[in-house]
Write a protein that binds this ligand. Structure first.
Ligand code: FEO
Ligand code: CA
Ligand code: CA
Ligand code: CA
Length: 583
């Protein structure tokens, strides 16, 4: 496909080669520089960053968090803006001075909690260039952590399953963590998505019996990936079983009001939220597309009851509290053509579609708290790890990265038309078309790209669709976003061995796709053992911000600037001639 295409008007840069260097590689004519890195002082009174991990928990609370992932840019005027940036998790071996991968004290746990959450960062333009810098001091700069006071809203707020000894109301909750990707509302607030929350809970009680609902959210009670429960009882599921139910939600933050209380919106369901792709339907209703990133989990859509009010933005707050959550079923094409088909959205409403007490759902709140169970009950399609979703601003089609699924084809995870490859190590980008009505209950779908590697597999299903070439080959698409011109930015979080199945793919990278022609070009490559994630733009699209997350997770990086310990960083991409990025 790519080889005989005429000059592509949408993709105005020359694709670059794969790279395995411990550095950024970027298209000719572009610059990449660090905007901010983990540990930099952010809030007034913050201490300087200690490159050897010596900052205390109290110091980390005022510094930029770790492992920046999804983010959004909120313009204030032409020369000022505020960025909301997720701090998904931490690299313990770099966070702690002792260099171990477990917390060894309550102080370690508090430091880890302080490095999680969200950083709100004020930025200002440098002169009249497309470059920006962090503004310090600024009234907007703020850290939201795993211990920040928040509240619940929506149908499950106050439910007995959300009540704890510390919060008998079931309406107040501390903190957010596992903040993977994000969304942005039409009224200028930020949505942060709680993904791998289960890895923070556990207990040392050896005979603890994990409930079926906890298992459905993959709690490994006696071997948590992170050992917060060893020092902080809130995360001990034997002592505080309901605390587990208070995470896995979408949280709304007003980045313009530094004293606002973040809100966990229960109407959007509880699962391992990847991102929240927000769009306004033709009839004015708010629609949010959401993926649940785990092998065999589902794609969801939320449709608000009310309509977006552009005159009185205050009226919009209930839009995320009153509405219907749907889950997707993908079917094949009636004529048997591969890689396309039809689908429908099935409502997750208490009392309908088998979501009844006989099937274990006692009320509307339980359908939301255990959304995964509800989705399975109504026959949702098991997908290959749904990560980001992005909506094309020109035609309303939604694109979703299905990052990979090494267990596809195993027992309990049969092939299906939308997830057609066994041992799917490369992933795919699926897209659906609702005929221009984002509230529609039916859609058609096709595959924008079945990722693959023509170098390792010149023929067959692991080669990928024709728009995958030896020049652009990549695995595990994850981050996804459209710019205003309709370029599809694709970011990867996959294997970077550059060997065997992955030969010729190099480090994780960012590519750009043309939705019409299907052409894909590599734009940027990250340093060693990082992922690139979290794409957002300044209002004139002359600055692109992208995150280098967990560089050197394999102990092999000194990114950036020869740092003794590698640091996750927000990168700022500009064009040397000051033009629009990608054009
Ligand atoms: Fe945090 Fe599914 O990526
Ligand atoms: Ca990530
Ligand atoms: Ca991701
Ligand atoms: Ca991923």
């Amino acid at each position: 496909l790519a080889a005989d295409l005429p000059v592509n008007k949408l993709l105005g840069f020359k694709g670059i080669a794969a790279s395995t260097a411990d550095d950024i590689a970027i298209a000719e004519g572009y610059n990449a520089e660090v905007l901010i890195s983990w540990g930099e002082p952010l809030v007034d009174g913050a201490a300087a960053f200690d490159p050897n991990g010596g900052n205390s928990a109290a110091e980390q609370e005022k510094q930029f968090g770790d492992n920046n992932d999804g983010m959004s840019f909120f313009p204030i005027d032409d020369n000022h803006g505020v960025m909301a940036i997720n701090n998904e998790y931490v690299n313990e071996q770099y966070l702690f001075a002792h260099g171990g991968d477990k917390a060894t004290s309550l102080e370690d746990v508090r430091k880890s909690q302080a490095a999680h959450g969200v950083s709100i960062v004020a930025v200002k333009r440098v002169g009249d260039t497309p470059r920006w810098e962090v503004e310090r001091p600024s009234r907007y700069n703020r850290r939201i952590t795993a211990n920040t006071q928040m509240q619940f809203s929506g149908p499950a707020a106050g439910h007995p399953l959300l009540q704890t000894a510390a919060d008998p109301s079931g309406r107040k909750v501390l903190g957010t963590f596992g903040n993977c990707a994000n969304g942005k509302t039409p009224w200028g607030t930020y949505l942060t998505c709680e993904e791998n929350f289960d890895t923070y809970f556990g207990t040392q009680q050896a005979d603890y019996q994990t409930t079926p609902e906890q298992k459905r959210y993959t709690l490994k009670a006696n071997e948590p990936e992170r050992n917060w429960p060893d020092f902080d009882e809130r995360f001990d599921v034997a002592k505080n079983p309901n605390e587990f139910n208070r995470h896995g939600w979408i949280v709304e933050i007003d980045p313009m009001n530094p004293t606002s209380t973040p809100i966990k919106h229960t109407a959007l369901g509880r699962f391992k939220h990847e991102n929240a792709a927000v769009t306004v339907a033709k009839n004015g209703r708010l629609v949010v597309y959401m993926g649940d990133d785990e092998r065999g989990e589902h794609i969801y859509k939320y449709v608000s009851k009310g309509k977006v009010d552009n005159v009185n933005p205050a009226n919009n707050r209930s839009l995320l509290d009153e509405g219907t959550l749907f889950v997707a079923q993908f079917d094949g094409d009636a004529s048997g053509t591969p890689l396309k088909g039809k689908g429908r959205w099935i409502a997750l409403e208490f009392g309908k579609n088998g979501l009844t007490p006989e099937n274990g759902f006692r009320d509307a709140a339980e359908v939301l708290i255990f959304a995964r169970k509800a989705a399975a009950q109504v026959g949702a399609t098991k997908m290959d790890r749904p990560e980001w979703i992005a909506v094309n601003p020109h035609d309303g089609r939604a694109y979703c990265t299905l990052t990979n699924n090494s267990k596809r084809g195993d027992e309990g995870m049969p092939l299906n038309p939308a997830n057609p490859r066994p041992k799917n190590i490369y992933g795919q980008i699926i897209r659906w078309d609702e005929g221009g009505d984002a509230t529609a209950e039916h859609f058609s779908w096709d595959m924008f790209a079945l990722c693959g590697n023509p170098i390792a597999h010149p023929e067959g299903m692991y080669r990928g669709t024709p728009n995958i070439t030896a020049e652009n080959t990549f695995n595990s698409p994850d981050g996804l976003g459209f710019d205003s011109a309709g370029r599809l930015w694709i970011l990867t979080d996959g294997k970077y061995s550059n060997k065997g199945d992955y030969q010729g793919q190099g480090n994780n990278q960012m590519l750009v796709g043309d939705p019409q022609s299907g052409e894909i070009r590599r734009f940027m490559v990250g340093p060693k053992s990082c992922e690139l994630t979290g794409v957002t733009f300044a209002q004139d699209y002359k600055t692109l911000f992208v995150n280098v997350q967990h560089p050197g997770e394999e102990g092999d990086s000194h990114f950036p600037h020869n740092s003794p310990r590698p640091r996750s960083s927000v990168m700022m991409i500009t064009r040397k001639d000051g033009g629009v990025i990608g054009a």
